[in-house]
Write a protein that binds this ligand. Structure first.
Ligand SMILES: Nc1nc2c(ncn2[C@@H]2O[C@H](COP(=O)(O)OP(=O)(O)OP(=O)(O)O)[C@@H](O)[C@H]2O)c(=O)[nH]1
Ligand SMILES: [Mg+2]
Length: 238
């Protein structure tokens, strides 16, 4: 058996260190990374469910991811999280650490968290996110969550590589949804109005339902900081 197949086998069997090494190889453009992912895809059964969580800055995506992880763990499911961050890889290190709010789950072997800059080392789009998602979905987790800030093309492109896209909005988005210049409702399968403890949530909820018209897309209200509405969201994305 080749080294590539052996490495793929270790990732598939749930060895976290091998998965981390693989993602690092993908980020640095090492061709071995691509070869291992190809081997993984060829040798795996169906991938884990891949769920994208996107939305404007500050909507509560990371807090919601944290709450989704807590809900999954309470049911015994394992989960991998990829946070794709628009900050530059040069200055991004500290920022990435800041932005991801997964402290609740450090030390839990059922949770794997990785951050990645959405721009590559030459400033172009990072090519690593798609194969990294493919690898995480074949590394023995029950679910893969991918958080991106839905502001740039590179972040939205990441959403082509997941099964379900969840758009998270906060209060105050009612007018934008009605005008919908950004076409935000077209990009998602599931809609979440987060910060349910704040005023203005109902207005956004109503605007979304109106804008989505006859479509059956689920529209949920969550309070990520308390976990309210999160089990319902997990049911929908499962
Ligand atoms: N009141 C309230 N605050 C919330 C809720 N969810 C998140 N927040 C707060 O909103 C702020 C932004 O939350 P994040 O989870 O970092 O939001 P984000 O969308 O990941 O932000 P970026 O990654 O920077 O785009 C934090 O101060 C959170 O504590 C909620 O349900 N209610
Ligand atoms: Mg975040």
């Amino acid at each position: 058996m080749s080294d590539t197949d052996l490495a793929a086998g270790r990732v598939r069997d749930g060895d976290r260190r091998s998965l981390a090494r693989l993602i690092t190889a993908l980020e640095s453009g090492d061709p071995i990374g691509e070869a291992v992912v190809t081997s993984l895809i060829d040798s795996s059964d169906a991938p884990a469910r891949r769920v994208g969580i996107t939305g404007p800055p500050g909507a509560g995506k990371s807090t919601l991811v944290n709450a989704i992880v807590a809900d999954l763990r309470s049911k015994g499911d394992t989960v991998a999280v990829l946070a794709v961050d628009p900050s530059s890889p040069i200055t991004g290190g500290a920022l990435l650490g800041d932005r991801i709010r997964m402290q609740d789950h450090t030390g839990d072997p059922g949770v794997y968290v990785r951050s990645m800059a959405s721009r590559g080392h030459l400033g172009g789009l990072s090519l690593a996110a798609a194969p990294a998602i493919a690898a995480m979905a074949r590394a023995s987790f029950d679910m893969v969550l991918v958080e991106t800030v839905g502001v740039g093309q590179s972040e939205l492109e990441v959403m082509d590589h997941v099964d379900v896209v969840v758009l998270v909005l906060g209060p105050g988005w009612g007018d934008q949804i009605q005008a919908d210049k950004a076409g935000i409702v077209e990009i998602a399968d599931v809609f979440v109005v987060n910060k349910g403890d704040r005023p203005g949530v109902d207005t956004v909820h109503r605007a979304l339902l109106e804008r989505l018209g006859g479509s059956n897309a689920p529209v949920l209200i969550t309070t990520a900081i308390s976990g309210e509405g999160v089990p319902e969201l997990v049911e929908v994305i499962r």
